[in-house]
Design a protein around this ligand. Sequence first.
Ligand code: ZN
Length: 197
Amino acid sequence: MDTARRTVALINVLCEQRGVGADAVKAVGEVLVEYGELEPLGLGEGDLEELRAAALLLREVFAASDVDSAAAVLNGLLGGVQGRLRLTSHEGAVGWHPHLDSDDEAPWGEWFLASSVLALTVLLWDRQAPPGGLCASPSCPHVYLAHGSGPERRYCSRRCATRERVAAHRRARGGAHSEEARSGGAHSEGARSDGRA
Ligand SMILES: [Zn+2]
């Protein structure tokens, strides 16, 4: 689950940081350290390009609308991984964890894709549901992990949910006003739903 959370955090920071300059390397490096990667990371601008390419592929898993299509995307990505499944502790430096890349010290992009595909595969297996989705806010590029249970999630964050709720409220209000203008102001549906929101 932590690995899946790391996948989401990395996809999101990589789509925010469009450049390959020092700022982007720093922002992405901070996420890697936050999720337990040991410094020095040796993360360079070339790594950022490869990480971003991996993020775009992984995003397709989150864009899948149902469990069958998410499984199909993951199967496609599993077909491209270059290593076999194994456990490593990096010679005792960290706890045992699975790798699916070609080498325990594989380049960042390959590592990110392989470890994320593995985590999302296990998550889908566990839940028999898509691992997550794309934020429903049209102005937000983020992905999110689905809740284990409870109501279906649509936004990456409370911030996006609130912004979209306010925007929908404004649209309903605007709609109500133009409706009133057309109908002379009587009994507007828009105004009623507006009051409930
Ligand atoms: Zn969002």
